[in-house]
Design a protein around this ligand. Structure first.
Ligand code: SF4
Length: 440
């Protein structure tokens, strides 16, 4: 019997106390309630959480193809090998909209504060396809008047008119996957673009959209601290409103994991790079507001900030993830990852591959995994609002982290100290559910 069924039965008992029933009538009533509970969509049935309000909602759309697979990439991205045909963009956009349509009952009445077209390489899709996609989204869901609409673009797919046409379709933020301005390094990273294309793409983004991001990597094979700083200097010369600085990491199941590139900086050097680059970016007027994200005032990524604030997101597209809250539960979903299978199943309204309810015991860890990435931390009241749990559920991990100088805590703010921010994995260990080895 589920918690929901138990709740239904106790409500029946309370009802009976106020009105005596004959045993047969009471039994029939119980059965009717149980049938009603069984027919109720699973996500709105009673459960163990009590969320007083639903968080803001964002939409993530995954566009899974790239010209070629980068050797360090562990995203759900697929090289488009068929040189004889174009990407099946019309069929894919139709599948996305069918997927969205089937998901609407999960987000009835809610409006979107941001849309993020990520990948893969979304800029492989024509402006016409992006226009159709955004029009289809608008026809099905309400967008906030000031909704942020981001498209990820790779310089290797850049053509001069393309960004302006995306802007015409409604995109108001571009995220450019530059990674490096060094042609030799770009080749080692398996990127399809060169430095000149990266610069042209940034200049065009600055011209046609109100905000843009540059993705830059550090701790690259054979890279010195000075070289990493020179790369950042090149990026800063464009005066970017937003910058994402990522350390190259070797992920399992990638070509680099099978054959690591020679000359990868040691952990100490990588940590020195991160510190030096943070100071350099801040000296240029960019505030580090998240572990890897820097921005000028009013240019923080609204979409990503919603993830870090443990907001909700509906993810459509091959392999996309969703996190959706209801009055009594938090649900996670993953779509089928293979694009061909995804398109087939989305057309039948069956795009979701895996769905599960986040266990109550896992919510503190899941919340902190996101919220502690933010420099400003979080208000314990927002923790209670987003998880449905009392702030006291963060003890004893919180006490221990404060004692170790990793977190600071006041009645209105919990955040990582400088030291804790550099050791987030260690901090999070203190909040693992007991079954996973956490504190009881
Ligand atoms: S372009 Fe981006 S998504 Fe595509 S393979 Fe390279 S790193 Fe992965």
């Amino acid at each position: 019997m589920s918690a929901g069924d138990r709740r239904t039965t106790s409500e029946t008992v309370a009802w009976r106390q106020g009105r005596e029933q004959a045993p047969a009538q009471a039994q029939a009533h119980d059965q009717a309630l149980q049938r009603a509970a069984a027919e109720m969509p699973r996500h709105v049935r009673p459960g163990t959480l009590q969320l007083r309000a639903l968080p803001p909602l964002a939409l993530y759309v995954h566009l899974p193809w790239c010209l070629r697979k980068c050797p360090y990439c562990d995203f759900n991205s697929h090289a488009w090998r068929d040189g004889r045909a174009d990407i099946p963009e019309a069929r894919y956009v139709a599948a996305l909209l069918q997927d969205l349509e089937a998901s609407l009952p999960l987000v009835w009445g809610r409006s979107l504060r941001s849309v993020f077209l990520g990948g893969g390489t979304p800029s492989l899709f024509s402006p016409r396809a992006i226009d159709d996609l955004l029009a289809g989204i608008r026809a099905r869901l309400r967008l906030a008047a000031d909704a942020e609409i981001t498209l990820e673009a790779n310089p290797g797919t850049f053509e001069r008119q393309r960004f302006a046409d995306y802007a015409q379709a409604g995109v108001n933020r571009l995220s450019i996957g530059v990674q490096s301005f060094d042609d030799h390094m770009l080749q080692r990273l398996g990127r399809v673009h060169d430095s000149a294309q990266a610069c042209a793409a940034i200049e065009e983004a600055a011209r046609v959209v109100p905000s843009f991001n540059i993705d830059l990597m550090f701790a690259l094979p054979g890279q010195s601290l000075r070289q990493a700083q020179q790369e950042l200097e090149r990026a800063l010369a464009f005066d970017p409103p937003h910058l994402s600085l990522y350390q190259l990491s070797i992920e399992p199941q990638t070509a680099f994991a099978r054959r690591p590139p020679p000359g990868l900086p040691q952990a100490d050097l990588a940590a020195d790079m991160q510190q030096a680059l943070a100071l350099q970016a801040e000296a240029a007027g960019l505030q580090r507001y998240e572990v890897s994200a820097y921005c000028r005032p009013a240019h923080a990524s609204r979409h990503n900030t919603n993830y870090w604030e443990f907001g909700d997101y509906l993810g459509i597209g091959a392999g996309a993830h969703s996190k959706l809250s209801f009055a009594h539960r938090v649900l996670r979903q993953t779509r089928h990852a293979q694009p061909a299978r995804y398109m087939e199943l989305a057309a039948l309204g069956q795009a979701v591959d895996v769905e599960h309810e986040v266990a109550r015991s896992e919510l503190p860890f899941e919340f902190l995994l996101n919220a502690l990435r933010l420099r400003r931390g979080f208000d314990p009241r927002s923790y209670a609002e987003r998880t449905g749990l009392a702030p006291s559920s963060l003890q004893p991990g919180l006490d221990k982290a404060v004692e170790l100088g990793l977190l600071e805590s006041t009645p209105t703010c919990i955040r990582a100290t400088e030291r804790g921010w550099d050791m987030l994995n260690d901090v999070l260990q203190l909040f693992l559910p007991p079954a996973a080895g956490g504190l009881e």
